[in-house]
Design a protein around this ligand. Structure first.
Ligand SMILES: Nc1ncnc2c1ncn2[C@@H]1O[C@H](COP(=O)(O)OP(=O)(O)OP(=O)(O)O)[C@@H](O)[C@H]1O
Length: 553
């Protein structure tokens, strides 16, 4: 009919072809302006979500599609995975799951490779595809989400193919050849945009990794500084009582040997100080002693703390971690509060002590370690063994050289020297000149029973020094309920579980520090422990912010 018209009326034919040309020109102009608009948006995109907005809001409708997936070629060069896609909630298969399959698919899946091989977009009829054998699972899912037509186009950066944009429509005939030019232009701009954003993402990831590493180093540095501060204190060990002299003699006899040491004694009697003294008197003194508080960490973290883990060995193991056993190689490892070690880990510790090698969690092989073990506990380990809470084989393995520290009430003759020592230390810290203590105050100190031992005495003196504005300490403020000198009777002593006492005491100190945990005036400094240890103790003892905040009000 057209031909007939042309033959009969050449003018009409000319007009008609001019009209067509005009239409094409207008179409081109429209496409150019869309491309310009979309291009500037893509060029300004800084994040993946910006691209998501552009494709979802500006392009889908324009190209006649309802949904899309943009898949990129993986580093292995043989698989591809979705990088951007329509909101999964908005699409569901008949079985109510998402048609976006996130696992890697082979590039040679009969669709992706076809798009890569073509310099033009390719349109697929999904009904036809469903008849083909070995069709990729994502096509089946899209079909089950009522998609009937798909248009794919290669995404390149320059000449290099990077992925494929899949467009999906519910109606046959949604995609037509007249959209090819526009789609090719968009695909070109998307290619450049995606590569820029991926480069930014990589930089971001690297920055995050660097920051994390920096934080880790800072934490380690803090730990080492605290350890160093503590280790310099070992020389400040006071005690000329017969009991303490016995301990010192034993210490000097066993320090040089590599034998395992078990330090027993009530809380605050100086077990850690003795552990440090042993390390410093040993041949390993040039390396820092490493300390692990077995009560400060939840059971599931102690294993990784002790033995380390490989990256990805459990949820949360984002980075490889060297355990304290490895850190303590050729040095001493002080396992404080060993009585709190969970039974399962007791078995692992025993194996390490016997084999002298460790295995990181998720690790492929064993690592030889040369570590001198010093352990301490305020529990009666024999009773713990009888109660089935402590393995007898580990107990015998640890009980090579036991050192028992006497409680302060059994070596009261050490109190005056300790008091002078602590007055000097805390007066110096506070910039005060205090060089005397009244007879009455000393009598009170001598008469008190010191359930918290030297730590309790130390904190009392610290508090007293802070409250004293003269050169002499006239009186001391013993805990409420404490008896005056010489009037203490054992039967009146209120027996409380250690945990409860510890909880009460920590709460008091935090309150005294106005709720501050870390920092120079925080509770951790006052309690002479790292703030991380204090936080863990607080968690273990169920001390929450509201407890001390409420008490403060
Ligand atoms: N003989 C001592 N001379 C001087 N200071 C001491 C002495 N013994 C202990 N201290 C001090 O008392 C505080 C408590 O000591 P340490 O932490 O060693 O006790 P601990 O028995 O390990 O306590 P816990 O069982 O609660 O872990 C520390 O500040 C320590 O420096």
């Amino acid at each position: 009919m057209e031909k007939g018209l042309t033959a009969r009326n050449p003018d009409a034919a000319l007009r008609h072809s001019r009209l067509l040309l005009l239409e094409q020109l207008q179409q081109r102009e429209k496409e150019q302006s869309i491309l310009l608009h979309v291009g500037s948006k893509i060029a300004n995109a800084r994040e993946r979500s910006d691209l998501w907005d552009i494709i979802t809001v500006q392009l889908l409708n324009l190209l006649g599609a309802q949904y899309y997936t943009l898949c990129l070629i993986n580093e292995d060069g043989v698989t591809h995975t979705p990088y951007l896609h329509s909101q999964e909630k908005s699409i569901r298969t008949r079985a109510k799951d998402s048609p976006i399959v996130h696992a890697g698919h082979p590039i040679e899946d009969g669709i992706f490779n076809v798009a890569l091989a073509s310099n033009e977009p390719v349109i697929f009829d999904l009904e036809m595809l469903m008849k083909v054998k070995n069709i990729p699972p994502y096509i089946i899912n899209w079909y089950n989400s009522d998609i009937r037509e798909m248009m794919v186009v290669k995404i390149c950066n320059g000449k290099e193919a990077r992925g494929v944009l899949y467009l999906y429509a519910q109606e046959h005939g949604s995609f037509t050849v007249d959209k090819f030019n526009l789609l090719l232009g968009i695909a070109d701009q998307l290619g450049t945009g995606i590569c820029n954003i991926r480069a930014l993402e990589t930089i971001q990831q690297q920055l995050e990794a660097i920051n994390k590493y920096k934080q880790q180093l800072e934490q380690e540095n803090l730990y080492l500084q605290e350890e160093q501060k503590l280790s310099s204190r070992f020389s400040e060990m006071i005690g000329s009582s017969a009991e303490m002299q016995k301990v010192c003699r034993l210490l000097s006899q066993v320090a040089m040997a590599d034998s395992t040491i078990l330090i027993l004694g009530e809380t605050g009697t100086g077990k850690e100080l003795i552990a440090r003294a042993i390390h410093h008197a040993s041949a390993r003194r040039n390396k820092l002693m490493i300390k692990v508080n077995c009560a400060a960490l939840p059971a599931n973290l102690i294993e990784s703390e002790l033995f380390g883990h490989e990256k990805g060995s459990f949820t949360g193991a984002l980075e490889k971690r060297v355990g304290k056993f490895e850190l303590a190689n050729n040095s001493s490892l002080f396992l404080d509060e060993i009585g709190e070690l969970p039974l399962e880990l007791q078995a692992k510790l025993l194996r390490v002590l016997q084999e002298k090698e460790i295995e990181r969690i998720g690790g492929k092989g064993t690592i030889k370690v040369n570590v001198r073990i010093i352990v301490a506990t305020n529990r009666n380990l024999e009773k713990e063994v009888q109660a089935g809470r402590f393995r007898s084989d580990l107990y015998y393995r640890l009980n090579v050289v036991p050192i028992t520290l006497p409680p302060l009430r059994k070596r009261k003759e050490d109190i005056p020297a300790l008091v002078s020592h602590f007055i000097e230390r805390y007066a110096q810290n506070a910039g005060k000149k205090i060089n005397n203590i009244s007879h009455k105050a000393m009598e009170m100190l001598m008469g008190y029973d010191w359930p918290g031992n030297i730590r309790e005495l130390e904190h009392l003196i610290e508090r007293t020094v802070l409250l004293t504005n003269t050169s002499s300490i006239k009186e001391v403020l013993l805990p409420a309920g404490a008896k005056k000198a010489g009037t203490y009777h054992e039967e009146e002593f209120v027996v409380k579980p250690l945990d409860e006492m510890e909880r009460e005491y920590i709460l008091k100190v935090i309150k005294h520090c106005k709720g501050r945990i870390s920092g120079p005036n925080g509770a951790a400094v006052k309690l002479n422990m790292p703030s991380t240890t204090l936080t863990s103790k607080m968690q273990r003892l169920g001390i929450k912010k509201e407890h001390f905040v409420q008490e403060e009000e």
